[in-house]
Design a protein. Structure first.
Length: 86
């Protein structure tokens, strides 16, 4: 995974939450645009950030080379079934 690819995910408008899959098998969710920041060779991901505040429980620093892939999350956004017209 590259810095460019992760920057593209973090700057999507509207933001789409995503899950990071590491080569170790661990997964980390990024649920908001201010929950992760790109560094020179790594991604800094806040653990359980509190919306509207600068507070978080901690952080993880993930080397880009250790990120296997990302997966977009669909958190509660269901498409509404189309109504049949009578």
């Amino acid at each position: 995974m590259t810095k460019r690819e992760l920057t593209a995910e973090l700057t999507k408008d509207p933001f789409v939450p995503f899950r990071i899959h590491l080569v170790s098998g661990k997964v980390i969710d990024v649920l908001g645009p201010n929950a992760a920041y790109t560094l020179m060779n790594a991604l800094l991901v806040l653990r359980n950030p509190r919306l509207g505040t600068p507070d978080a429980e901690g952080y993880d620093v993930l080397a880009y080379r250790d990120i296997e892939r990302i997966e977009q999350l669909n958190l509660g956004k269901r498409s509404m079934p189309k109504r049949r017209s009578a």
